[in-house]
Design a protein around this ligand. Structure first.
Ligand SMILES: *Cc1c(COP(=O)(O)O)cnc(C)c1O
Length: 359
């Protein structure tokens, strides 16, 4: 069986060694030494001054919205994982969908201004599949209209823009370290900001609002993560270069075989160092996509329809028209991509796809 992804599993012994330390200290959670160590190592790796390690990538978005005091309309993308929209609605915000760019699958900055109203407070955009949004255009619009920007950078570990981590962009960037992501801590996520005040606010909100044992800054939530999760993060960080390198190679094999006019891939800007988090391919029409999917599934190969349906069609949002996202969502498949996936397997997957296209 070839799934669309598999969690990276480091050598068990390396994880076990850290578990022994957790047992000896009998310190399981609440800002323990491994959480601190992971935050430090991540800051060093990403070359960022600040970050907060949290329970998952969804609570990260929720904490960012709370810390930036956002509760009204938020302009967002219809083409992302459901958590981008559901966290907005969960926080009482109203998602306002702006369609995506047909080449990058990211929110189309040229369509943002038309969606701004007196109630608009922020833009929440996803760097889809790890490919950065047009962050400069979005910043210019946000600055002009006094809006906050939050990036759902759940796919972006390892992606750089103009030589620096993409997590630097936005008032706040969030990411996910879920087991299906390229770098993971089983469950987990992080918040990034360069603003000291916002950082402070997010830090206490992550910990129930505590100011001291019996004193509170305000309303908080449990956004913490444990020593067990941090341990996985510390071990996996030793393999991040290998992980990024193997995905680049695997994507190259796919590229070599799937360079066909009938197959569209997202356009990556030239000043981007892409992390190859996913391998999305868009077919000419819905029917061809379904035929490819069915053919692969017949061989126990399971690509995923990321992202389908488009989020503007969820039953808890106001209906809005996003024809580009709907169209891409109807034709896209993410092909298998994970550490152990071999060249032989990629070759087999591509041959099957090409056979369907040539029939
Ligand atoms: C995975 C993902 C999330 C959610 O992250 P969790 O850590 O699973 O909560 C949010 N947004 C996007 C785009 C994702 O891919």
């Amino acid at each position: 069986m070839i799934p669309v992804t598999r969690p990276f599993s480091p050598p068990f012994k390396e994880y076990q060694e850290l578990l022994e330390g957790i047992w000896q200290r009998n310190w399981f959670t609440n800002n323990g030494p491994l959480v601190n160590d992971l935050e430090l190592k991540l800051k060093r790796y990403l070359r960022m001054k600040h970050l907060l390690y949290v329970g998952n990538g969804t609570i990260a978005i929720q904490i960012a919205l709370k810390a930036l005091d956002i509760s009204k309309e938020v302009i967002t993308t219809p083409f992302s994982y459901v958590a981008t929209t559901s966290s907005l609605v969960w926080e009482g915000c109203t998602p306002v969908f702006v369609d995506i760019d047909p080449d990058t699958f990211n929110i189309d900055p040229t369509k943002i201004e038309a969606a701004i109203t007196d109630n608009t407070q922020a833009i929440l955009a996803t760097h889809c599949f790890g490919n950065p949004c047009d962050v400069e255009a979005i910043k210019a619009i946000a600055d002009k209209h006094g809006l906050k920007v939050i990036y759902d950078a759940a796919h972006c570990f390892g992606t750089k823009y103009k030589g620096e981590t993409i997590f630097k962009w936005g008032d706040v960037s969030t990411t996910s370290f879920h087991a299906t992501k390229l770098y993971h801590t089983v469950e987990g996520g992080a918040l990034f900001t360069e603003d000291a005040e916002v950082l402070k606010s997010m830090a206490w909100r992550r910990n129930f609002g505590h100011k001291g044992p019996e004193d509170f800054h305000g309303v908080g939530i449990n956004g913490k993560n444990s020593e067990f999760h941090a341990a996985m993060g510390v071990v996996n960080l030793n393999y991040i270069d290998q992980i990024l390198e193997s995905r680049k190679k695997q994507s190259g094999f796919y590229d070599d075989m799937l360079m066909k006019p009938q197959i569209q891939k997202p356009k990556i800007a030239s000043d981007v160092e892409f992390n190859h988090a996913y391998y999305p391919v868009v077919f000419e029409n819905h029917e061809t996509m379904l035929r490819v999917k069915k053919n692969l599934e017949g061989k126990e190969i399971f690509p995923r329809r990321y992202f389908h349906p488009s989020l503007s069609s969820l039953n808890y949002v106001d209906k809005s028209s996003t024809p580009v996202a709907d169209d891409i969502a109807s034709r896209i498949l993410c092909l298998p991509l994970y550490f152990e996936l071999s060249e032989v397997e990629i070759d087999m997957i591509c041959r099957r796809i090409l056979r369907v296209l040539n029939n």
